[in-house]
Design a protein around this ligand. Structure first.
Ligand SMILES: [Fe+2]
Length: 395
């Protein structure tokens, strides 16, 4: 006797012969919750309300035969998963093959032996249970892999962002240039993608968010520029300017070194384009390659506007930041010489959003300065150091 308090599995036994239904129910009802159903049409009605764990289906029935019914069941999204075993007096190989090819999992010839029927059912239900467990396990594994990938992606971004900020700290006393140009570029690309002429090119880029993230490394080559040049408060001499311009090629070299050590390709490919082409000019007088017009990758042409806008509105040791309107005028003056004329037109449609990013940053800077003025030296140790203190005492 089954003492289990768990709900029994549901079996639907479908046969037009009342004797078969009675014998089948008798054989199975101790172990299963058995529904006896006298026709295919009634089965379909019952299935609208409840789904069993398995169906035992007679083939030869007067209204709809077993083949017609299994076709309907296998086409239905909810019912298709229910395992079906055919019960039939036909024992020839052709009928058996037809039943199995329609999606039945087994074929039991009548008259059946009740203990054998029970055994076959147990085996099939166990297999189905294990299939479900395997699927759940695979689904869980998939989500675990996705979560891990996301964590690695976030860590990669955090490290690259910090690396870019560290490089920037050397020549930008107010900081935030990397973050702001990333935001300006994001505004540009989100507008560009609305235009068919850019969309075709941008569709080849892959993940746009990744492209914007990679722009953070555009000035990474400044790590190789001497402090004397990088932090010079006044205008650079011709020689110093030649030295300064090398940050583009140095940036490309640094990213290529990372490329050699990594199997990641997409992010670094775009990072290299940004580093190597953000100082190219539409008229061919930019550096380091002297590329011209659409020979400059679209990423570099867009970044040129984002980068120059931020340089113009930001304060430097040797200059005050220009007002937004003045920065817009200077960019318009460079239309068709320094900058891609169509991208300047596009910039003019969205320049207010650039202004918002700048104002927001300046507000934050003000809050930060106030916080520094009111800085109070912390008393006691930070929380993350507390667990080590017990160890020290016990040592
Ligand atoms: Fe640069």
């Amino acid at each position: 006797m089954n003492e289990s308090t768990e709900a029994k599995q549901k079996i639907m036994l479908v046969d037009d012969n009342i004797t078969n239904l009675t014998v089948g129910k008798h054989a199975l009802s101790e172990s299963y919750d058995v529904f006896t159903i006298p026709s295919g049409q009634k089965l379909l009605k019952v299935l609208e309300k409840t789904l069993p764990d398995l169906i035992l289906l007679d083939i030869d029935m007067p209204d709809m035969n077993g083949y017609d019914i299994i076709k309907i069941i296998k086409k239905d999204e909810n019912m298709a998963k229910i395992p079906v075993i055919f019960l039939t007096a036909q024992s020839d190989a052709t009928s058996e093959l037809e039943g199995l090819s329609l999606g039945a999992i087994d074929y039991i010839v009548k008259p059946f032996s009740p203990p054998l029927l029970l055994k076959r059912l147990e085996t099939h239900l166990l297999i189905e249970h294990q299939k479900t467990q395997l699927k759940n396990f695979n689904d869980n594994l998939q989500s675990m892999v996705e979560a891990k990938t996301r964590t690695v992606y976030e860590l990669q971004n955090a490290i690259l962002e910090t690396m870019a900020e560290l490089v920037e700290c050397r020549d930008d006393i107010t900081g935030g240039h990397i973050e702001r140009t990333k935001n300006h570029l994001s505004i540009m690309v989100n507008e560009m993608i609305k235009h068919e002429k850019y969309k075709i090119e941008m569709d080849k880029w892959g993940d746009i968010e990744l492209v914007v993230q990679s722009a953070q490394l555009h000035d990474v080559g400044k790590i190789s520029i001497s402090d004397a040049v990088l932090n010079k408060p006044g205008k650079l001499t011709d020689e110093e300017f030649v030295e300064m311009k090398k940050h583009t090629s140095f940036g490309v070299e640094i990213i290529q070194k990372i490329e050699q050590k990594s199997s990641e390709k997409e992010f670094l490919h775009h990072a290299k384009i940004f580093a190597g082409t953000h100082h190219e000019k539409w008229n061919g007088f930019g550096y380091p390659y002297g590329l011209k017009e659409t020979g400059i990758p679209l990423q570099g042409r867009a970044m040129a506007i984002a980068d120059v806008y931020d340089a113009l509105v930001s304060e430097r040791p040797y200059k005050k930041g220009f007002p937004h309107e003045k920065a817009v005028d200077i960019i318009v003056e460079g239309r068709g010489t320094q900058f891609d004329p169509d991208l300047v037109d596009l910039f003019l449609e969205i320049h207010e959003k650039f202004h918002e990013v700048d104002l927001e940053y300046k507000e934050e800077l003000k809050r930060h300065s106030e916080a520094l003025e009111n800085y109070v030296k912390p008393t006691g140790l930070p929380d993350w150091l507390l667990p080590f203190q017990g160890q020290q005492e016990g040592a």
